[in-house]
Write a protein that binds this ligand. Structure first.
Ligand code: 0RA
Length: 644
């Protein structure tokens, strides 16, 4: 290195260092959090770069490896990150990409960088948050390498040998002084994301291998490849549902410079199941692309149905909801400069995208309907049926609306309310059965804890038409007690959360198979009808203990068989065990101590980390198909792994 370059190097490296230091000081600003999500996010970030290279048409294979030491390797067969000296920065381009915050691949503006969003902060962020990172580049017949410690280059890029391929290999070990409470990668979580990426980017082979353990002498490995992209994604999502039309409808095109890809199908269920993506990021709060889709769908189907005479006998308005009953759809758009809004920054704000998507849907769906009159008739018939059912159910809906507090109907008789008025301090326990409800009522702190007993098994909403749901007394009680009104005619699931009366809604059921079935039924209801409550972090699951171990006046509770055995050991001879088969076997004081007292209880907050998986799990657990459910239950002894 010449003196000249050296000076240049140091001036820039100081700036670079400041950026990298900032990432280490405020990691959450860059990757969301420093928990399990953030840890996995590092992998997505690195993989995103390879996906970008694939989207630019230069790469078709990405291999992800969880190494024995929980470091991660990502290798692609792209062009390889350039290693030549970067004009402006005076060091190799590789070093710029790896050590400059926000450098990304920006030096190749035209073809590069469409992916990203919440991701897309750049691989330098991963480098800053890694104990150690090695970048290897195969390019121009040579192998190049550079290593970094906590984001600092250990030496300039060096040539280490020949190469008979091109590509980039990044291996990083997360810095556990930053990711304090998590140390392990979850194979399933990574596999779900890799599968999703392969559906969203057809033609790319993405493999995942776990080298931490062998099963029957082999590493666990999966290879994800989708030839037909979103069409196959839909089939995967609807595996446990019955399609109404033989083929998935697919829409692909570009409008006003926005690439739009949509796949959709109608099934015999009563649920709307739409997932949307921007630059490969799941936008679970929706946004302009979703509203554009809905608008395009409604207007096109309406126009077709009107002009085809299929609606001649219908005397009432058809609402937006009706067009989406039993619809499973995926919308994927690419936006050059996405604006993300909302609580979790997963809501697309770009106004121009709405009309782009709506136009794309209108044009292509209209063509489809004209070319497929049989399918068109099936779809319109389904919509009409949905509309009829909804009209029959209007009374039921209005009753729910009237009965909600703000409608003036009063609270349900079974609710034991709390005295606190500030919803942010209030909790409501949804309790299985009247007798446990009674115990909870005695055990609670009535200042801020309300109790709503639910009778037996609540309705399985996965299999029920909407009006049945709105007619169900237990469900009416939940709406009424929570104070949320049912949405509008146009969108029955748009809740009015300002009126929410409790910010913690706690499902409290027996710690046995029946109890977890009931919890799952209640969760299914929240997932399908009040998803916003889950998304905003209002839903919790209480965890009552399984055992009490006693000796003389000493008593301790145990939440697992291992903990029970340890207590028995600790207490020694003369100790005894009481097994709690249900909440009903605890007295009020015990229930308070173990399950309700904020000082000592453990709640599990319900989150939807992967909306796609959550949907599949609920269709499977609550749907008609028995074999996949048995399979799932066998793999997950308790339902605890669903999403809590
Ligand atoms: C910009 C330019 C070029 C390659 C890349 C970025 C690139 C980045 C990553 C990150 C992971 N894998 C990657 N592969 C490629 C190459 C420009 C050229 O060769 O002309």
């Amino acid at each position: 290195m010449t003196t000249d370059k050296n000076q240049n190097y140091s001036a820039d490296s100081i700036q670079a260092l400041e950026g990298m230091e900032h990432v280490r000081k405020r990691p959450s600003m860059y990757i969301g959090d420093v928990g399990v999500r953030g840890l996995h996010h590092l992998v997505y970030e690195v993989v995103d770069n390879s996906i970008d290279e694939a989207m630019a048409g230069h790469c078709n294979k990405i291999d992800v490896i969880i190494n024995e030491d929980d470091s991660i390797s990502v290798e692609d067969d792209g062009r390889g990150i350039p290693v030549g000296i970067h004009q402006k920065e005076g060091v190799s381009a590789l070093e710029v990409v790896m050590t400059k915050i926000g450098a990304g691949g920006k030096f190749d503006k035209d073809s590069y960088k469409v992916s990203g969003g919440l991701h897309g902060v750049g691989v330098s962020v991963v480098n800053a948050l890694s104990d150690h990172l090695t970048a290897v580049v195969y390019r121009d017949g040579k192998t190049w390498q550079q290593e970094y410690e906590r984001g600092k280059a250990m030496y300039p890029v060096k040539e280490t040998g020949k190469a008979d391929k091109t590509g980039t290999l990044v291996t990083f070990k997360p810095d556990l002084s930053i990711f304090k409470d998590v140390e392990k990668y979850n194979y399933e979580t990574l596999a779900n994301r890799m599968r999703e990426l392969s559906f969203l980017n057809k033609g790319i082979r993405v493999s995942l291998t776990d080298k931490r353990k062998k099963v029957e002498g082999e590493y666990v490995t999966e290879s994800f490849y989708s030839e037909h992209g979103l069409k196959e994604f839909i089939s995967f999502l609807d595996e446990n549902r019955e399609p109404l039309i033989p083929e998935v409808i697919s829409i692909e095109g570009e409008k006003n410079n926005v690439p739009v890809e949509i796949a959709m199908v109608y099934n015999s269920s009563y649920n709307e199941n739409i997932h949307s993506y921007v630059n490969n990021i799941n936008t679970h709060e929706g946004g302009t692309h979703l509203s554009g889709f809905r608008r395009g769908l409604t207007s096109t189907l309406k126009k077709y149905a009107d002009s085809s005479g299929l609606l001649d006998k219908i005397k009432f308005e058809i609402s937006g909801d009706d067009f989406r009953e039993g619809l499973t759809a995926i919308i994927s758009v690419k936006v050059a400069e996405p604006q993300f809004e909302g609580q979790t920054k997963t809501k697309l704000g770009n106004k121009e995208v709405s009309s782009a998507v709506s136009q794309a849907v209108s044009e292509m769906l209209q063509n489809y309907l004209e070319e497929h009159p049989n399918e068109a008739k099936i779809i319109v018939d389904k919509v009409v049926l949905a509309a009829q059912a909804r009209h029959a159910a209007r009374k039921a809906r209005e009753m729910v609306q009237r009965k909600t507090v703000m409608g003036g109907g009063g609270l349900p008789g079974k609710l034991s309310d709390c005295s606190e008025q500030d919803p942010s301090l209030c909790e409501i326990f949804l309790v299985e059965g009247d007798s446990a409800g009674g115990t909870a009522k005695q055990g609670r702190d009535r200042n801020f804890q309300a109790i709503l007993p639910l009778r037996g098994k609540i309705l399985n909403v996965e299999k029920a038409m909407q009006h049945k749901v709105f007619e169900n007394q237990e469900i009416i009680n939940i709406y009424t007690a929570l104070g949320v009104t049912v949405g509008t005619e146009e969108d029955s699931k748009a809740l009015n959360l300002e009126k929410l009366r409790y910010h913690k809604i706690v499902i409290m059921c027996d710690a046995d198979v029946d109890g977890s079935h009931i919890s799952t039924l209640i969760l299914t209801f929240f997932f399908r009808y009040m998803k916003e409550l889950i998304e905003n972090g209002h839903i919790y699951i209480a965890t009552p203990p399984l055992y009490m171990v006693k000796k003389a006046s000493k008593k301790e509770y145990a939440w697992s068989d291992e903990a029970r055995d340890k207590l028995l050991d600790d207490f020694g001879t003369g100790s005894s065990v009481q097994r709690y088969k249900g909440l009903g076997e605890m007295n009020a004081i015990q229930l308070w101590e173990t399950t309700m007292n904020p000082e000592s209880r453990t709640f599990r907050k319900v989150t939807i980390d992967t909306p796609v998986e959550a949907d599949r799990v609920f269709t499977m657990l609550m749907g008609d198909e028995v074999p996949p459910r048995r399979d799932f239950i066998e793999r997950n002894a308790t339902y605890a792994n669903i999403d809590a």
